[in-house]
Design a protein around this ligand. Structure first.
Ligand code: EPZ
Length: 421
């Protein structure tokens, strides 16, 4: 087990190219099942969640090879439709394979993904949609068996703009007879990236990025080459690190249009921000100001995944900030660890009141989950003194070169064995 040793208080400066988006590459790897041929995907970050997806594809019979950030999948030899429990447990978002496997094979057997650190992660919307398309769904004793000889296009209205449900329906609908219309679809940029991949493979799909996505199924799909978009949550994390530690950073490769709610918060907090279509520069004051209440929301609202790192940066602001977490019920677990660093945060259910303090102090803290771990790194970079951040297995799911990138920006951070101090 490893840990980060961080010496805080070093201003950050320099330029970083932002890694490819984890939440784009995962559904696109599932989508490679549909082409029945070769898919070449560029800008895939080195993440344990990506490794888990590759393991699932190989288990299903696909041939997968990785060369740096390029992944080539040949799904022609696919000959299975079951995802074993050990692989499902490695990554709960493996449920995104459900629609593609069912669409390609007519059957899909997964174990129920269950909850995670953020709370129960139901998939009722996924299953209701697939049932409406004609699938028989049997979810007994923790396993999920779906089958359907011929999926039918359907008008589907999502009661929640679920990212995963939107993705599963898009993938299943590509194999369905007729047209599927998804209303109240999730609008995240990663959904648009999935549509780009599917259209490049020959699918007839339109509307991603809006609340209505239309898929005309059973188009012949073919080989495809695709480059993954930059990860807007990693970008938000890096901006938060600069905001916490002070300094001036440039992020390249990231679409500023995907970052607007986070940029607005940091402008209100006193940062000077300049943007270009795929570049962001942020100059941070010695101390941030507290900001108006921040409510997380589906895109294009403030992203729930950016809440932990932004909260960590504002824990050192001059003033109070309030966060309302509307997406997940247990997404303030990093607050308890930040208290160990001297933060003044009160959590009541889905509301966190963050009373900024002049200075956080380094401490030994443990990552509660992926973005909560990133929040602790942000806080440690801005804190006075040394911190030790453990639980890196969470962080490594979503950040491919955190310590390398922060070192390049002037931070003192290194990965050591957990026992080392
Ligand atoms: C995706 O998760 C992301 N993961 C999450 O990122 C992100 O936080 C989330 O979308 C919201 O933006 C990936 O893309 C791999 P949802 P997902 O379905 O699809 C409820 C990270 O840190 N819901 O949009 O699982 C659900 O409980 C991760 O990178 C149902 O009730 O999220 C939640 O309250 C964390 N029934 C809300 O909808 C369902 O059938 C939004 O969930 C599905 C969802």
């Amino acid at each position: 087990m490893s840990a980060f040793l961080i010496e805080g208080g070093k201003k950050l400066s320099g330029s970083i190219a932002v890694q490819g988006a984890k939440n784009s590459v995962l559904p696109i790897l599932a989508a490679t099942i549909l082409t029945g041929g070769i898919s070449v995907i560029h800008n895939c970050p080195q993440l344990t969640d990506v490794d888990a997806s590759i393991a699932i594809l190989r288990h299903l019979g696909c041939e997968v090879c990785r060369d740096g950030e390029d992944i080539t999948v040949d799904s022609a030899p696919m000959n299975r439709y079951d995802v074993p429990d050990r692989l499902m447990r490695e990554m709960r978002s493996s449920v995104v394979f459900l629609g593609a496997v069912l669409g390609r094979m007519g059957c899909a057997e997964l174990s129920m993904p269950g909850g995670c650190e953020l709370g129960p992660r139901p998939i009722d919307l996924h299953l209701a949609a697939l049932k409406s398309m004609g699938a028989d769904v049997d979810g007994q004793g923790g396993s999920l068996n779906c089958c359907c000889q011929a999926l039918q296009g359907q008008e589907i209205v999502l009661s929640i703009a679920s990212v995963g449900a939107t993705e599963n329906i898009m993938l299943a609908a590509c194999c369905a007879e007729g047209t599927t219309v998804i209303s109240n679809a999730a609008r995240e940029p990663e959904i648009v990236d999935l549509q780009r991949f599917l259209r490049a493979a020959g699918a007839d799909i339109a509307g991603a990025g809006s609340s209505t996505v239309v898929i005309r199924g059973r188009r012949p799909l073919h080989e495809v080459e695709h480059t993954i978009i930059a990860d807007r949550i990693v970008a938000a994390t890096y901006l938060s690190a600069a905001a916490a530690a002070g300094g001036e950073v440039e992020l390249t490769g990231v679409d500023r249009c995907c970052m607007l709610p986070v940029l607005e918060v940091y402008r209100m907090a006193g940062c000077e921000i300049h943007t270009w279509p795929d570049r962001i520069e942020m100059c941070c004051p010695h101390q941030l100001k507290g900001v108006r209440p921040i409510r997380t929301a589906p895109y294009p609202g403030f992203p729930t995944d950016a809440q932990p790192p932004v909260l960590a940066a504002l824990a050192m602001a001059d003033g109070t900030s309030v966060f309302v977490e509307t997406i997940f019920e247990n997404r303030f677990r990093h607050a308890g660890e930040l208290l160990r660093m001297g933060a003044d945060i009160r959590v009541e259910g889905r509301v966190a009141v963050v009373c900024g303090v002049e200075q956080l102090l380094g401490a030994a803290v443990h990552s509660p989950d992926l973005r909560g771990g990133a929040a602790l790194v942000v806080a440690a970079l801005g804190a006075e003194g040394s911190s030790k951040v453990t639980g890196l297995s969470h962080i490594d799911r979503g950040y491919s070169r955190l310590e390398q990138d922060f070192t390049r920006l002037g931070a003192k951070i290194r990965r050591v064995n957990e026992k080392q101090s």
